[in-house]
Design a protein around this ligand. Structure first.
Ligand SMILES: Nc1ncnc2c1ncn2[C@@H]1O[C@H](COP(=O)(O)OP(=O)(O)OP(=O)(O)O)[C@@H](O)[C@H]1O
Length: 259
């Protein structure tokens, strides 16, 4: 867990799920889940389709109150959404009638940044995510990868202390996905924050995460919580420890689907 050392610790928020049960219609999707997200780390959530990954993110974001147990952010019970806890979705959640710049400026306005200076800050974010020249474009005139760049910029521009990311690169082709993973790592290094990242992709999980939590099927216990020895190291799969961790994640996933 490299992110637990150094400056990123102070920048991120701690998130705790304490014996949490979550449901929509009374039948638990998540049952008695306890999990602590360390300040400044990237914790990846993976597991079979429908196991409740997005549901956990909703609870952390304050969008879904637990049936029982507690969701705690920096020691305080989560009872509503907060600009300190941002969400980045796979789907295009940008405002379609606003330009790229204006979408990012909105995040700055919600943070309470004075109007003066917002444009410059938004343009810095646009440059940071490699979209210089596209500030006046509407989302519909961008590729899927470009829209995800804007979502990343918008999610982080509000300087949240935690970001919940729900399969943000799931719809992208392999090459664009690789570029976005690197962009996320670079941006997160410059603007450290706690990240809870949902993915189906084992390689993405092992590349990005300090730790990978493998959820069981809906209502089942957590299958595994795996430490990744060399997170975000480009050559991480050359390390035997990382290969072993990847095998642990895969083993837990396969175990889940066999039972
Ligand atoms: N708004 C909702 N109302 C009722 N049931 C829901 C709602 N959202 C999700 N569910 C159900 O809760 C369960 C978990 O859904 P969730 O989206 O959290 O799973 P997931 O692991 O993120 O799935 P996937 O990997 O397919 O995106 C599923 O059975 C789903 O049908």
């Amino acid at each position: 867990m490299t992110a637990t050392a150094g400056t990123s610790v102070a920048a991120g928020m701690s998130l705790v799920l304490d014996d949490v049960t979550l449901s929509y219609t009374g039948k638990p999707v998540i049952r008695s889940l306890s999990l602590t997200v360390v300040p400044g780390e990237i914790l990846v959530l993976t597991g079979p389709s429908g196991c409740g990954k997005s549901t956990v993110l909703r609870a952390l974001a304050g969008l879904l109150p637990p049936d029982s147990g507690r969701v705690v952010a920096d020691g305080a019970a989560v009872e509503s959404t907060s600009r300190d806890r941002a969400v980045v979705f796979q789907d295009n959640a940008l405002l379609p009638w606003r330009t790229v710049r204006s979408n990012i400026e909105l995040a700055l306005a919600l943070r309470g940044e004075p109007r003066k200076g917002r444009r410059e800050t938004a343009d810095r974010w646009i440059a940071e995510v490699g979209l210089t020249g596209f500030g006046d474009f509407l989302p519909k005139n961008l590729s899927g990868g470009m829209r995800q760049r804007v979502q990343l910029a918008r999610g982080l521009a509000g300087a949240p202390r935690a970001v919940m990311m729900d399969e943000p690169f799931g719809a992208l082709d392999t090459q664009t996905r690789g570029v976005m993973q690197r962009l996320l790592v670079d941006t997160w290094s410059t603007h450290p924050t706690t990240v809870v990242f949902v993915t189906h992709d084992v390689d993405e999980a092992v590349l990005l995460g300090d730790r990978v939590a493998v959820l069981g099927r809906a209502g089942e216990p957590l299958r595994a919580l795996v430490d990744i020895p060399h997170p975000r190291d480009r050559d991480h799969l050359d390390h035997p420890g990382t290969r072993a961790a990847r095998a642990d994640v895969l083993g837990a996933l396969n175990h889940t689907s066999e039972t």
